[in-house]
Each structure stands twice: as C-alpha cells, then as structure tokens.
Ligand binder design. Structure first.
Ligand code: IMP
Ligand code: MG
Length: 178
C-alpha cells in the first residue's frame, strides 16, 4: 500500500516496516549492552508505543520488567501541550533503573511531564527510548537517550501511531499528504 485514507486525510508511504524493524533491533542491542546488569524497568507509554515496545522488548536478551502508563496530549494532528493521565502508574520505582518507551517525541511536553513525575519516586536513573523523534518540533529541553529514527516535522501514522484513533494497525509508517 503506497497511499491510505483515514477519515478526511490522505497519507503516503514514508518508512517501510523493514527499515523500522532494523533500527529497533539496533536500539535494543544498544540498551541491552548498556543495561544488562541493571534489571531495567521499561515503562511503555500507551496508546501509541504498544507496537514499538513489543518489538523492542522482544529484542532484549537481558533481565527486565515492563509496566504501562496511559497519557494523552494530541488532538487531531496537533500536540495540545496539555497532558492528561488516563491511566496512572502504580509500581514502586525507588532505586530502579527506568526506561520510558515512547512512540514519538514531538514538542517534548509528554516526556517532560513523565520525567518529572517519575523523578519524584526517586529512581536510580531514568532514560528515554523513542521510535521516532522530530528534533525540529522540540520546544522543551528533553532529548531521547536512544532513538530508532529521526524524522522531519510531518504528521505521521502507522506502527502504533494514529490519526483520530485510526491507523495504529498499519505495518509501515505513512506521512500526511499536503
Ligand atoms: P509531544 O508531547 O508533543 O512530544 O507529543 C508526544 C505525543 O503526541 C506522542 O506520544 C504521540 O502519541 C503524539 N504524536 C506526536 N507526533 C505525532 C504524529 O506525527 N502522529 C501521531 N501522533 C503523534
Ligand atoms: Mg505517545
């Protein structure tokens, strides 16, 4: 499929599944190397990161744990800057090595919010791994420690990412057609 229609918008093929998977495997190896003796706690940010987190965690041959938090900031094709916590995180993170697993870093507001929240629980360390990063959209001073792919400032869907709820199941990543 080179083009898809979701509600009122058309999207064109941008990053094929093969490329995404290869970069996720690379990142998984880096994390496994860096954190092999730390029993890291991966915190998957729902909804968007569920497919990325699954691929990433399957690629890690180290001892680790996984938890989930559900946040929301996007309205349509724009980051609202206002983070809503739809489903909280109850696990004790004190003295744990945390890795936030995020689908995409855009303005950085979501990561900023979550970093502050997790730091309050006195973890040993907090790292961020994202599948996609839009460096030109960043308005906060957070940076991913690990990143599969950097992309320009286009709105994208697929591989877990949605437009108004649709498109998460697309195997490739698609970008909006202007
Ligand atoms: P931020 O808080 O602006 O960095 O936005 C982060 C969140 O907005 C991500 O977790 C995504 O769920 C969502 N998001 C950002 N960019 C896109 C996009 O291009 N397509 C779909 N969702 C996006
Ligand atoms: Mg997200």
């Amino acid at each position: 499929m080179t083009e898809v229609q979701l509600r009122d918008k058309k999207f064109e093929l941008f990053i094929p599944e093969k490329v995404i998977r290869k970069e996720i495997r690379r990142v998984a190896k880096e994390i496994a190397q860096d954190m092999k003796d730390l029993n890291p706690f991966f915190i998957c940010v729902l909804n968007g990161a569920f497919i990325f987190a699954s691929d990433l965690i399957k690629g890690l041959d180290i001892s680790c744990e996984v938890g989930f938090i559900r946040l929301r900031s996007y309205e349509g094709t724009q980051s609202s800057g206002l983070i809503k916590e739809i489903q909280g995180f109850v696990e004790n993170v004190e003295n744990r090595h945390l890795v936030i697993v995020e689908d995409i870093i855009d303005t950085g507001h979501t990561m900023s919010y979550l970093l502050n929240k997790l730091q309050a629980g006195n973890p040993a360390s907090v790292k961020i791994v994202c599948m996609l990063f839009k460096p030109n959209a960043l308005v906060t001073n957070i940076k991913p420690d690990y990143c599969a792919l950097k992309i320009p400032n286009d709105f994208i869907v697929g591989y877990g990412l949605d437009y108004e709820g649709l498109g998460r199941n697309l195997k490739n990543i698609y970008k909006i057609k202007s």
